[in-house]
Write a protein that binds this ligand. Structure first.
Ligand code: PEP
Length: 250
């Protein structure tokens, strides 16, 4: 049985004090079931402090991005081994904001995916279509292109230690959520594509849905057979919402 997961992407929100308060409130929240993993992905500069707060808890730390290189003269960048050092276990790779605002193409996303794994971290690979692409009937082609770019570069076996998040761009931060059946259709496609490379890896990989997930819609999404949890932006900034989403997945 696949362990479910809820990952909170805090993006560039908050400040040191609010980050600490948010973590403390999440830690004080209700117990999560053993079958669900909760991950928080704060901004880089708060990771080390938050890692100290998480010690001994079952809440896991992730980062929002990583450098494609392992070390060297890359001013402003943060490597996978640095993230591992401070206590991260997951890295979000290829978020649509990185793709659209910071020019990350499929090749760069694949390099970041591999850099994440070289550092012993697990990538949460984001894929998703824009509204125009969906309206033009290109959803399947876009998702397959984004996924295959990583499969071709990293190989099917790399997906043994990876998570894929389907995040329709039109649903991120918009309040418009994909319906459970729209999301399930794409999740089934992603799983079939990975199964085509290796049936065991395809059956075991965890697939998250992201795009305006809230406590009020989480249970309906998570009951779909190929949705193993959520990648949550806005709602992860409120402890009670995040905890309620974690409960819905458990
Ligand atoms: C995200 O940032 O990955 C995301 C899904 O955001 P939101 O939940 O706010 O739509």
């Amino acid at each position: 049985m696949r362990k479910s997961m809820v990952a909170g992407n805090w993006k560039m929100h908050g400040a040191h004090e609010s980050a600490v308060q948010l973590v403390k409130a999440i830690l004080q929240g209700s117990e999560r079931s053993d079958n669900a993993e909760a991950v928080i992905c704060p901004p880089f500069v708060y990771l080390a402090d938050i890692a100290r707060l998480l010690k001994g808890s079952d809440l896991v730390l992730g980062a929002q991005d990583v450098c494609a290189e392992d070390n060297g003269a890359f001013t402003g960048e943060v490597s996978g081994s640095m993230l591992f050092d401070v206590g991260c276990r997951y890295v979000i790779v290829g978020h649509s904001e990185r793709r659209s605002l910071f020019g990350e193409n499929d090749a760069m996303v694949a390099r970041k995916f591999m850099a994440t794994q070289r550092a012993g971290l697990v990538p949460i690979l984001c894929v998703g279509e824009t509204l125009d692409q969906r309206q033009n009937g290109e959803t399947q082609a876009v998702i397959m292109r984004q996924l295959k770019a990583v499969l071709d570069a990293a190989g099917i076996h790399s997906f043994e230690q990876a998570i894929v998040a389907y995040e329709p761009v039109w649903a991120i931060g918009t309040g418009k959520t994909a319906t459970p059946s729209q999301a399930q259709e794409v999740h089934a496609l992603i799983r079939a594509c990975i199964c085509a490379g290796d049936a065991r890896i395809g059956a075991a990989i965890r697939l998250l849905y992201g795009g305006s997930v809230k406590a009020s819609n989480a249970a309906d999404l998570f009951q779909m057979p190929d949705i193993d949890g959520g990648l949550v932006g806005g709602a992860s900034l409120e402890a009670h919402e995040f905890l309620a989403i974690c409960e819905a997945v458990g």
